[in-house]
Write a protein that binds this ligand. Structure first.
Ligand SMILES: Cc1cc2nc3c(=O)[nH]c(=O)nc-3n(C[C@H](O)[C@H](O)[C@H](O)COP(=O)(O)O)c2cc1C
Length: 321
């Protein structure tokens, strides 16, 4: 990659976090090129359209956030047939692409034959990606997201080859095994090894919290595409900053006053998305993350976390922010 070319940046799917309201807010700040929905778990059945609409309200707005960022629908499961049928339904509803989740470490998901447990079987990954690819219209990309392996990181080589052979458009790699969980570091060095054995477009993911982390990751992975998850919650401007860092030096730290103005509108859109109780829970969750990166949020979060009634929460939010 040309050292000066600005990368494409993806907002990571995070179940219980990057819902419509969070995608809407973060993409409105700029710098994000692609979103993926939280996973939709598929077992046997064809999901009703209402389930897809809840997972991806953007299906009603040309599968783009209000600021125009494309959103792919992510499916998770172990059965090729039902995954393909549900992918077709999402495509019929206007999904711009289907992402397949093979990285989820949650025990319940893994016990039910979904997520990272599939990384143990290269054949099954191939079978699922191929079935979904064959089922959806050619113009709708099918993509996949993996961890390096279940417990053996070298599994990523054969798995990436299988996913490429099955016709995936790109492959996101969270550079840790399922056994690693979320424990730092992320092993970005595996990306070079995957690139030696495949030609598939790779999206590098894991442990990018700051523009400096991005630089290190980029120097190691040398891809054009990067995905950021938790770092976006701690600094909602990280995508912009990374892009600016290609043209400017000395990118300033994100300040309390920049972020505090985002909170009331996030609360309001979370309330529209579900309801006020949901908005209280989601806003608390985000403030907790912010309190880990912006000191001024620590006392505010401590005070707000005990408020459960939406009216109390909203009133105090207005007073404090
Ligand atoms: C709370 C939470 C929920 C997540 N949900 C999903 C999900 O629905 N689909 C998925 O592919 N990955 C999911 N992930 C994994 C992230 O997309 C990403 O791979 C991981 O957080 C590593 O990136 P990061 O270090 O930038 O956070 C989730 C991660 C977290 C922390």
């Amino acid at each position: 990659m040309n050292q000066l070319s600005v990368p494409k940046l993806f907002l990571a799917p995070m179940e219980g976090v990057t819902d419509w309201a969070m995608r809407d807010l973060l993409t409105s700040l700029g710098g994000i090129d692609q979103c993926v929905t939280e996973f939709l778990r598929i077992t046997e059945h064809l999901m009703p359209e209402s389930v897809f609409e809840k997972n991806c309200p953007e299906l009603k707005t040309n599968s783009r956030t209000r600021s125009g960022t494309p959103v792919f629908v992510q499916l998770l499961g172990g059965k090729a047939g039902p995954l393909a049928a549900n992918a077709v339904r999402a495509a019929e509803m206007g999904a711009l692409g289907i992402d397949l989740n093979f990285g989820c470490p949650a025990p319940t998901v893994n016990r039910h034959d979904g997520g990272a447990t599939l990384l143990k079987s290269t054949e099954r990954l191939y079978e699922i990606v191929k079935a979904v690819r064959d089922a959806v219209p050619a113009g709708v990309p099918v993509t996949a997201k993996i961890r390096l392996g279940f417990d053996d990181p070298s599994a990523c080589l054969a798995n990436a080859q299988a996913i490429e052979a099955a016709g995936a458009e790109w492959l996101t790699v969270h550079c840790r095994t399922k056994t690693d969980g979320y424990k730092p570091p992320a092993y970005w060095e595996w990306i070079a090894k995957i690139k030696e054995v495949t030609k598939i477009r790779i999206v590098t993911n894991g442990e990018i919290w700051t523009p400096a982390d991005f630089r290190n990751c980029h120097a190691t992975a040398q891809t054009n595409d990067y995905m950021i998850g938790r770092g976006a919650l701690r600094d909602p401007y990280i995508f912009n900053k990374i892009k600016k860092s290609f043209i400017e030096n000395n990118i300033p730290m994100t300040t309390f006053s920049e972020v505090k103005t985002l909170i009331p509108s996030f609360y309001a859109s979370s309330a529209v998305y579900v309801n006020d109780h949901f908005a209280v829970a989601r806003t608390k969750g985000w403030m907790k993350q912010l309190s880990l990166s912006i000191p001024e949020f620590q006392d505010i979060f401590e005070e707000m976390k005990v408020l459960t009634k939406p009216n109390d929460f909203k009133t105090r939010l207005e007073q404090l922010l």
